[in-house]
Ligand binder design. Structure first.
Ligand code: ISJ
Length: 288
């Protein structure tokens, strides 16, 4: 074992540690020689491209835009078919009447997705980066606010909750107190019929990951998905949300970049960067 581990050169991972990757990352035991830092998507995207980290679960749109330099693991994704619950436009006017939208500085993919969806609706509101909660920014005069990740999940529940014992997550209202929540992945599904891939695990083609790390990630994911109720319980406490909500949120993700996810990824790539270089996936799966 020590002989194997000592062959792993120093390798740096950069994790976007939103709750949605808990089933992969919570149980991950990094092999000797591999270290990890965490940050929000825009930080990890930049760190991967500058060489600050060697592998990261980055925004899918940055993988597409930098397809000449990057490759993505063939079997890892943060994707959904239908609603995602944590990538939301909170708005105080109907979608068709949006004029001034606040964007989060954390996101790349969700901003590009919002741009695609607005364009497809024939809309061109002004888009401005601004931090704060959706409530604060709506009160400050924006008529739409894009939020992602754990805080967006909490704010979503603040608008649509609370759940009663019998309400289904998929039957919750989308409006309350003058605020509408539009789930961007659900809108993508209505537009295309395909999953939406928010993140892939990408590395610079010049610095492929050690096999030991990939093996450890696959073991961690199998364990996390196999113990999803426990993962959800832990994170429900951290987030201050009902366990039922977090369990539904987590099992709804597609973590394996399967053929339907790739259809969605390719379709998104064609819309955001029609002339992108071919997407590269590797290293090949063991046994394939
Ligand atoms: C589903 C989400 O996906 C995240 C959204 C990202 C982006 O918008 O750039 C990047 C990584 C994803 O993990 C989320 O933030 O809730």
């Amino acid at each position: 074992m020590s002989v194997l581990s000592s062959r792993v050169p120093p390798y740096r991972a950069g994790w976007i540690h939103y709750t949605n990757v808990a089933p992969i990352l919570d149980d991950l035991i990094l092999p000797a020689g591999v270290s990890a830092v965490t940050g929000v998507p825009t930080q990890m995207n930049a760190a991967l491209l500058s060489g600050g980290v060697d592998i990261a679960n980055i925004s899918a749109v940055e993988f597409i835009r930098n397809a000449d330099q990057l490759a993505a693991l063939p079997d890892f994704s943060v994707a959904v078919l239908g609603p995602v619950y944590s990538v939301n436009l909170f708005h105080s006017v109907p979608w068709e009447s949006l004029k001034r939208v606040a964007l989060t500085a954390q996101s790349a993919t969700s901003v590009a997705l919002l741009e695609v969806l607005l364009r497809e609706s024939g809309l061109s509101p002004s888009l401005e980066r601004a931090e704060g909660t959706a409530q604060e920014l709506l009160a400050a005069g924006y008529d739409g606010v894009l939020r992602i990740g754990d805080s967006a999940l909490r704010e979503w529940y603040g608008v649509v909750g609370p759940l009663t014992e019998t309400t289904s997550m998929t039957a919750l209202p989308h409006h309350k107190g003058g605020v509408t929540v539009t789930d961007l992945a659900q809108k993508w599904f209505e537009l295309t019929g395909h999953p939406f891939v928010f993140a892939v695990w990408a590395y610079r083609q010049s610095a492929p990951p050690p096999a030991e790390l990939l093996q450890a990630m696959r073991v961690a994911r199998r364990h996390g998905i196999g113990h999803l109720a426990e993962v959800a319980q832990r994170h429900a406490q951290l987030l201050g949300l009902p366990e039922r909500v977090v369990q539904h949120y987590l099992w709804n993700f597609r973590y394996h970049l399967e053929a339907p996810d790739r259809l969605g990824l390719n379709e998104f790539a064609a819309k955001v960067a029609p002339n992108h270089p071919p997407l590269v996936f590797g290293p090949a799966l063991p046994g394939s």
